[in-house]
Design a binder for this molecule. Sequence first.
Ligand SMILES: [Zn+2]
Ligand SMILES: [Zn+2]
Length: 478
Amino acid sequence: MSEIIKAPRGTRDILPAESWKWEYVINTAAEVMKDFGFAQIMLPMFEHTELFSRGVGETTDIVEKEMYTFTDRGDRSITLRPEATAGVMRAALENNLCAQGAFAKLWSWGAMFRYERPQKGRYRQFYQIDAECLGIENPEADVEIIDLSIELFRRLGLKNLEVVINSVGCENCRKIYRDKLYEYFSAHKSELCESCLARLERNPLRILDCKNPECGKIADGAPDIYDSLDDDCREHFEKVRAGLERLGFKYRIDKRLVRGLDYYTKTAYEILSGDLGAQNAVAGGGRYDNLANAVGSSVKIPGVGFACGLDRVVLVMEEQACSFGKIPEPEIYVVADDEESRKHAQILTHKLRNAGVHVECDISGRSFKNQIRNASGCKLACIVKDGKFEIRSKDDSGVGIVSKILEREREKFVDIKNVLAQKSTGFVDKALEILEHERDHVTNIKNVLEKKRAGDYSDGIVKLDNLDEAFDYLSANL
Ligand SMILES: [Zn+2]
Ligand SMILES: [Zn+2]
């Protein structure tokens, strides 16, 4: 007998028990994007390999070790996208979205693919929300992107977040900085890890974000990038900082923040969560003024953007007990027992769904008893029997009525307090009047609670004679 085929390592199924949470995050993101004027762009999940090797950079971990690359039947080298920005830039160039000085604010969400060691919150097929602002060199665009990502997390209710920013300079600044780093790290060769020794020759900047604590110690003493920034890059960074301060954001500057992609210029930033351990970035991004040229554009198209890992965001939201909105469950369950009643139930369900109501009705031929059990989670149950419709509400225990009376009563207490406080003429009469009134409420509550104890739910049951009446009642009482 053959074995059941399982999902490949590093992938997973987002099942209904979880997918509604994802839907909430994506819908919230769509709202934030709309408020910031970003339009959705939908891109292919695979591109020519060259787009990433040239865009992301030959010496990056992504291109060297992590890409899903294959030759298709037409003998082309194809890669499943490991990130979104290069694809967005490719689409903008191909479709002239930034021609003649135009700019484009685009967002997207979807699956990315990287061959990494799977761990908590990290998968080989993972999901990202991306926003990219193309065609604008001003630091205001950087500030807007950072503001956008912070606003997304604010609306999702994430706590303990930290914004970390840095400037990685332009190509010219980096050339100078690279030489300084090469000199510095060459003097510490014996203390560097194996990967960093390789990085030293090819891209010493990457040593700065090595996770190895020994390398980290050495990197702490490395030359400061700010000393290598030219006036333009320095001014840009100052303006981004001033913009963030103007909006009231707190941030930390981390001169070791270089991010793992070659295309970043000037601003680099991350949003860290205190609840993710070592894997703690929930979003990261920055400016990439050379990406367009790297992927073949003859004109310069500056850009700034961010990506947010959906898998991690959902994980942190769960850990922080954030709200994912309302669990999708039916508001009404239509229960029917015999064949004839099932037909009525089917029509009633159809009509209610037409009216935009979330209704469930048994389609699997369950017994009446089982249907009632399923209905118990709903606000309203409609029982169809002999052409009649009986509606039971979840509040039929009397709890709703009792709380309504108590609510009303609270006002009376306030009244009495006020009257007594005034001690004006006739205040005793007034107070007595109110107390007399209140006695009725107390009697009411007693009656309701007694009925409940006796198992008499007749107050909460509504009997209706035909389908139209049932429809009208149900639509009006949701
Ligand atoms: Zn520069
Ligand atoms: Zn290292």
